[in-house]
Design a binder for this molecule. Structure first.
Ligand SMILES: *[C@@H]1O[C@H](CO)[C@@H](O)[C@H](O)[C@H]1NC(C)=O
Ligand SMILES: *[C@@H]1O[C@H](CO)[C@@H](O)[C@H](O)[C@H]1NC(C)=O
Ligand SMILES: *[C@@H]1O[C@H](CO)[C@@H](O)[C@H](O)[C@H]1NC(C)=O
Ligand SMILES: *[C@@H]1O[C@H](CO)[C@@H](O)[C@H](O)[C@H]1NC(C)=O
Ligand SMILES: *[C@@H]1O[C@H](CO)[C@@H](O)[C@H](O)[C@H]1NC(C)=O
Ligand SMILES: *[C@@H]1O[C@H](CO)[C@@H](O)[C@H](O)[C@H]1NC(C)=O
Ligand SMILES: *[C@@H]1O[C@H](CO)[C@@H](O)[C@H](O)[C@H]1NC(C)=O
Ligand SMILES: *[C@@H]1O[C@H](CO)[C@@H](O)[C@H](O)[C@H]1NC(C)=O
Ligand SMILES: *[C@@H]1O[C@H](CO)[C@@H](O)[C@H](O)[C@H]1NC(C)=O
Ligand SMILES: *[C@@H]1O[C@H](CO)[C@@H](O)[C@H](O)[C@H]1NC(C)=O
Length: 280
């Protein structure tokens, strides 16, 4: 469930990025994120090894990146000269790092559990012993990293709240998916009236509804999610935007955003449906 939530946060972050296309002044969290990105660019341009790897040895491309980094460096200095912003970012980034580490903990726990389950491994590798051995090697590295993360009691104390937030996001995602499936107009638009596709979505939505109902029967969880929403209303979007800091996440976010601006509303409905199915 937590791995899905990582993708879900990416999805939420993406939705925010997509909305932010218009000229909106950035929130403080947004500015912190921008600083991180500018810094990444400056670091990339300064590291010839990395630059060479990214550009696959294309000198023209490398020069382009360096020119962009030069502008970025100026922007970064301006932002960094704002001490109010810098201290706010220190707090925001620490919270973000903590959350990222919790998410990493969840993913590693899931992976280690999977690797220890011979039935699951042989199914996933289709009984390929080489592949199974590769998984064991990775699981060994994962265990080491996991031990390091779980030994940090400060971090572990913060993680249950992060897991709960993930559950809230999953509930919200499932609800959105069910809403789409219950809206014939949206469904028609999405499937171009293909009833086979519609039926398949409706069948998945029925499963989603069952899962949602089960989750919502936990009143502790529901009230926790409600208070999270009220307390974070207004800040959630910026926090979501500040998450998913990994390069891979950013890359796919960029791809999704591109698609979003091109296709618009139907595309975002599609994301809702895709995510909903994914969460089952
Ligand atoms: C967005 O910002 C740019 C540069 O700051 C400005 O030239 C442009 O007019 C703005 N667009 C809108 C829609 O406000
Ligand atoms: C440059 O990037 C490489 C590869 O990503 C990394 O191993 C190395 O530590 C970096 N060098 C510096 C000076 O940051
Ligand atoms: C190198 O990058 C430039 C700019 O991105 C691109 O136009 C060009 O086709 C690339 N050259 C090769 C050999 O890939
Ligand atoms: C410094 O950053 C803070 C927080 O983002 C902002 O409110 C303030 O206007 C900035 N000050 C300057 C001089 O840009
Ligand atoms: C433990 O985790 C917290 C939160 O991520 C972090 O601030 C702290 O530096 C970590 N402590 C150690 C010893 O790694
Ligand atoms: C192992 O994986 C299988 C197939 O995914 C699953 O049905 C089973 O419950 C798992 N066993 C344990 C002990 O988690
Ligand atoms: C098993 O997996 C390895 C490594 O991924 C691959 O090279 C090999 O072809 C696979 N063997 C079979 C019989 O599929
Ligand atoms: C169904 O979706 C359409 C188009 O997105 C929207 O205008 C309408 O309000 C929705 N209907 C309901 C009952 O939510
Ligand atoms: C409707 O969707 C199904 C499943 O994706 C597909 O197999 C079928 O060809 C589609 N029918 C039409 C008329 O496009
Ligand atoms: C209900 O949700 C809370 C908060 O997320 C969790 O600690 C608890 O284990 C859940 N109870 C059940 C019965 O799933």
């Amino acid at each position: 469930m937590q791995l899905q939530s990582v993708l879900l946060s990416l999805f939420l972050a993406t939705a925010v990025v997509a909305k932010g296309d218009a000229n909106k002044t950035l929130s403080t969290a947004g500015e912190c994120k921008q600083m991180k990105q500018l810094n990444n660019l400056v670091e990339l341009a300064a590291n010839t090894t990395k630059l060479d790897k990214v550009t696959k040895g294309n000198a023209t491309k490398a020069a382009e990146i360096q020119a962009k980094a030069s502008t970025a460096s100026t922007e970064l200095s301006t932002l960094q000269s704002n001490t109010t912003l810098m201290s706010a970012c220190a707090v925001i980034n620490a919270a973000q790092d903590e959350e990222d580490q919790c998410q990493e903990t969840f993913i590693l726990q899931k992976f280690v559990a999977f690797a220890a389950n011979t039935t699951a491994v042989s199914a996933a590798t289709k009984d390929n012993a080489t592949k199974a051995a590769e998984i064991q090697t990775k699981a060994s590295a994962a265990s080491t990293k996991l031990a390091e993360l779980t030994s940090n009691s400060t971090l572990q104390a913060a993680c249950p709240a992060v897991a709960q937030k993930d559950e809230c996001k999953i509930m919200s995602g499932l609800q959105k998916f069910v809403d789409v499936a219950n809206n014939q107009t949206k469904l028609d638009k999405l499937t171009n009236g293909n009833t086979t596709k519609e039926d398949s979505i409706k069948a998945k939505a029925a499963i989603a509804q069952t899962k949602l109902t089960a989750m919502m029967s936990n009143s502790t969880l529901v009230s926790a999610c409600q208070s999270l929403m009220t307390s974070q209303d207004g800040t959630t979007t910026s926090q979501a935007a500040a998450s998913s800091s990994s390069a891979a996440a950013k890359k796919s976010a960029a791809v999704i955003v591109k698609g979003t601006s091109a296709v618009g509303a139907v595309f975002s409905t599609m994301i809702v449906v895709a995510m909903g199915m994914f969460m089952l």
